[in-house]
Ligand binder design. Structure first.
Ligand code: ADP
Ligand code: ASP
Ligand code: MG
Length: 421
């Protein structure tokens, strides 16, 4: 069971979580719980790091930001004990959760589940702070924002759990962010592949890596709400959204339990920035010169467009990078100006990426055309387009994000039927 920040915000809510956990344990289940820091806490800690040193050392940043989850794991163990349950916390370095790669965005390499399993067998509820791990050289690491989801899936895999229930502040995965579209519909099930794609293009309900890990390890994941009143759901009921394999999805569709749509969901991402290089020489190697320094600096480039070469053998190249990396990208490109040979470097952070995702696209033509037409009808200008087998993304002006999501939700027939009608 994993509980997110909103569910852990304050002792009252932690008591509610403790009740949900205790009921699952009382129902005869062995339970491990992964918790997030209280809502807003990680942001607060990140700000302290920025104030202390704008060019902070990621290893020390990890020491600071990992503390939020230490607090909530101890508090949940205490609350469970106050309700008469046996419980203890297991910090990332105690299990340990071994991680590799960079501080502040570490990846889980391995969790030894033996001690956890033994303690759970002995009737103890294991409480594990999400988001944190231990590096090869014995230092605290964190997994990147939203990383507690990944901790939960990794723990579930390590103890061979029957299921990993991700409790959050919405009662499942919806056709789009229910905070933007009131008519968004809750999905009974979504495939790993679609969820992976939705998460990677901005549906923050699950961290992308958690979905990739669940898919790889075959962990059964359910997303559900922790705001359920006093009657926690019995473990054998599935009120939320199940993340399933394509075979399972086909079975659900055949049984008439799930309706297959061409588009499953719509996501938006306001965290990217656009970079344009004008009058780049239109010859072999020019584009490589642009992207090589960015790759070396671990800056992820997403959408890329190279316009058709104009006269004088020149072309414009447009691409997106995470907003957080824009300043670094700009500095690197200015540095390489002579090597690349461009004329102007133009940037814009006021953009958004809107994506429609669905496995139904593989076998159905016209999904992209519907998107372009629906946006055109509302006068929304498309600045760039990318596609994959099960996704179409467009770049638009950031101010038009909410409108675009609503318009597309309606265009693909995803709106929930009006209750009153
Ligand atoms: P937690 O703190 O529990 O990890 P998050 O804030 O990380 O919760 O994720 C839950 C939020 O994700 C919801 O409140 C919702 O606004 C947002 N969200 C975005 N896209 C979707 C979607 N397709 N379905 C459900 N929630 C979504
Ligand atoms: N507390 C961390 C964050 O806010 C991890 C998480 O909640 O998943 O990013
Ligand atoms: Mg989250």
């Amino acid at each position: 069971m994993k509980f997110g920040g909103t569910s852990m915000a304050g002792t009252e809510r932690i008591r509610r979580v403790a009740n949900i956990v205790r009921k699952q344990a009382a129902g005869g289940n062995e339970v491990a719980v992964v918790v997030s820091a209280m809502a807003g806490e990680t942001d607060r800690l990140v700000n302290f790091c920025r104030e202390a040193n704008a060019l902070y050392d990621p290893a020390e940043y990890d020491v600071v930001v990992a503390s939020g989850e230490q607090v909530t794991s101890g508090l949940l163990a205490l609350t469970l004990q106050s309700l008469g349950a046996k419980a203890r916390s297991w910090l990332g370095w105690q299990l340990p959760v071994r991680t590799i790669e960079a501080h502040a965005k570490a990846r889980i390499a391995d969790i030894d589940g033996d001690e956890l399993t033994a303690s759970m067998k002995a009737g103890e509820i294991a409480v594990i702070p999400g988001f944190q791990g231990l590096s090869d050289d014995g230092r605290i690491t964190t997994l990147g924002r939203g990383g507690s989801d990944t901790s939960a899936v990794a723990v579930a895999a390590a103890v061979k759990a029957d299921r990993c229930d991700i409790y959050t502040d919405v009662d499942g995965v919806y056709t789009t962010d229910p905070r933007i579209v009131a008519k968004a519909r809750k999905l009974k099930a979504v495939t790993y592949e679609e969820m992976l794609e939705l998460a990677s293009v901005g549906a923050k309900v699950l961290q992308t890596r958690s979905v990739g890990l669940a898919m790889k390890e075959g962990v059964r994941v359910q997303v559900l709400s922790s705001f359920v009143g006093d009657d926690a759901v019995p473990a054998d009921e599935l009120p939320g959204t199940m993340i399933v394999s394509e075979e399972e999805m086909n079975e659900l569709v055949e049984k008439g339990l799930v309706e297959r749509q061409h588009v499953t969901g719509i996501a938006h991402d306001k965290n990217e920035a656009k970079v344009i290089l004008t009058r780049v020489p239109d010859k072999p190697g020019a584009v490589a010169h642009i992207f090589e320094p960015l790759a070396k600096a671990s800056i992820n480039v997403d959408m890329i467009i190279q316009n058709v070469g104009r006269d004088k053998g020149e072309t414009d190249v447009t691409f997106t990078v995470p907003q957080a990396d824009l300043a670094r990208a700009q500095a690197l490109l200015e540095d390489k100006r002579d090597d690349i040979g461009y004329n102007r470097l133009i940037t814009d952070s006021k953009i958004a990426k809107i994506s429609v995702v669905g496995v139904g696209m593989k076998s159905h033509a016209g999904v992209a055309a519907t998107m372009f037409q629906a946006l055109a009808d509302r006068g929304i200008n498309i600045q760039a387009i990318t596609t994959s087998e099960i996704k179409v993304s467009v770049m638009i002006d950031e101010d038009e994000t909410e409108l675009a999501v609503r318009v597309l939700h309606t265009a693909y027939g995803l709106d929930a039927a009006d209750e009153a009608a």
